[in-house]
Ligand binder design. Sequence first.
Ligand code: TRP
Length: 335
Amino acid sequence: MKKQRILTGITTTGTPHLGNYAGAIRPAIKAISDDSESFYFLADYHGIIKCHEPERIHQSTLEIAATWLACGLAPDKAHFYRQSDVPEIMELMWVMNCVCTKGLMNRSHAYKAAVADNEEKGQSDLDHGITMGLFSYPVLMSADILMFNAHKVPVGKDQIQHIEMARDIAQKFNHTFGEIFTLPEAVINEETELLQGLDGRKMSKSYNNTIPLFETEKRLRKLIMKIKTNSQEPGEPKSTDDSTLYQIYKAFATTDEVAEIEKRYAEGIAWGEMKQVLFEKINEEIAPMRERYNELIAEPQKIEEILLAGAERLRPMSQALLADVRNAVGIRKLG
Ligand code: TRP
């Protein structure tokens, strides 16, 4: 049987935070095994859809690559590459643009949200400021996935629709031109997906409530001390239900440790103390990686080499697939 292929992309616009780590990076690295084939890539062409700050894109690419490597991704055990280093993805995207109907893209949540935003602002042109990049974003994502015939695509809930669109597009291609593409499936990790941020809402760059993964120890402690709690006094029994501290703790502790903390909540642990416990728990896991991260970040040319080697290893695959696709659609040698 062919090995299952797991593929996911990370948009290069931000600095990795604890939520990204617990929800995506850690499970992805854990999932790397000899029984499957993993493809993890930096989606830099997705990055430029919404971010027109070249320095941000560049810096984020470096930070995200260094993060994955520091967190234990072994480049010989998984395909680790930059989207822009595999130009066949861009060519495949064009072919998919010619298969994908505009109506399918009209239904994209990201596009509809942008239209709704214009409506709310009273814009007479509902497409005001919406680029073709944003509109056809799911086509690029489909090309990423279909290029390597991925079976499973681990993503956040907000991306499920995009994976379904990739399936639709693949099906349409297969139906029209012959069976080339595998139909991908989304995989959602419910448990760790929604790590809460400093204010108790989902940890997200757009809420400005994140705890960056590789802050210095001092900054990490400071940020944890800022996490919102209620105003209960030390000694008062506390509920774990709506406690952000508890929720984050759970993502880092063993089942036994969680049971112990639940007991301490019932006994009325002081918030200050709980923050200290949480800081230590997180730092214990992060500290060795932070050290590796700082070493890696100091040598960007090494990261560059790793990424280039990753793409080079893959390109025979993407070139072969693109050759099949071109042949299937009639773009062939004349003689
Ligand atoms: N759009 C995804 C996100 O914002 C990132 C991404 C780009 C991706 N290409 C992908 C994820 C392909 C999975 C598969 O999270």
